[in-house]
Design a protein around this ligand. Structure first.
Ligand SMILES: Cc1cc2nc3c(=O)[nH]c(=O)nc-3n(C[C@H](O)[C@H](O)[C@H](O)COP(=O)(O)O)c2cc1C
Length: 171
């Protein structure tokens, strides 16, 4: 599949099969995360791969009871490192931290889709609770949570806005 084809085929998946993910595919997910661009190539981000059932359940509860998360064989918690402030000050904290993590997460979603895996970007969660559950260092800020697994079913694509309302050509 070409990149654009994967981009268009990827869907948010909220129902997973329990089948495990092979080590080979897990390695590809790791590569997708770490090869994303980052501000000044500082790579101020860290990813937690959670396979433990009890911790997955706690994460689902802390994600406003989105219990489908615990059914995924793997849940990835993507964090930004607040120490980015040392390099870029306020701009680092308010912009680059989130962009660095988002770039990795989008790479992850695309490589997962290419491998036949389903994912869902989870942004609705209680940051404080996630920090407690994973016992995160104070400098790490959870930005996104991504359950990963083989899709039980693939939903039809939700519509996108009219191109003209999103893209403005300036000549
Ligand atoms: C920043 C962000 C936060 C999101 N948070 C959630 C979430 O908490 N729960 C959820 O089920 N989906 C969440 N989504 C997924 C969106 O609902 C989904 O991407 C959108 O409906 C478009 O569907 P598609 O991904 O299949 O194209 C989030 C997506 C983004 C980018």
């Amino acid at each position: 599949m070409g990149v654009l084809e994967v981009i268009k085929k990827r869907r948010s998946i909220r129902k997973f099969k329990p089948d495990p993910i092979s080590e080979e595919v897990l390695d590809k997910l790791v590569e997708a995360l770490i090869w994303a661009p980052s501000a000044g190539n500082k790579q101020m981000r860290k990813f937690f791969f959670v396979f433990n059932d009890e911790i997955k359940k706690e994460i689902a509860l802390a994600s406003l009871y989105q219990m489908f998360i615990e059914k995924a064989p793997l849940v990835i918690v993507a964090c930004g490192d607040k120490n980015i402030e040392r390099y870029y000050g306020e701009r680092g904290l308010e912009n680059y931290l989130f962009c660095d993590v988002a770039a990795s997460v989008q790479n992850l979603l695309l490589v997962a889709a290419e491998q036949g895996l389903g994912t869902c970007w989870i942004g609705a969660f209680d940051e404080k609770k996630i920090k407690e559950i994973l016992n995160l260092e104070e400098n790490l800020l959870p930005v996104a949570i991504v359950p990963v697994g083989f899709p039980e079913k693939i939903p039809s694509p939700p519509p996108r806005k009219e191109i003209n309302s999103l893209i403005q050509i300036i000549k």
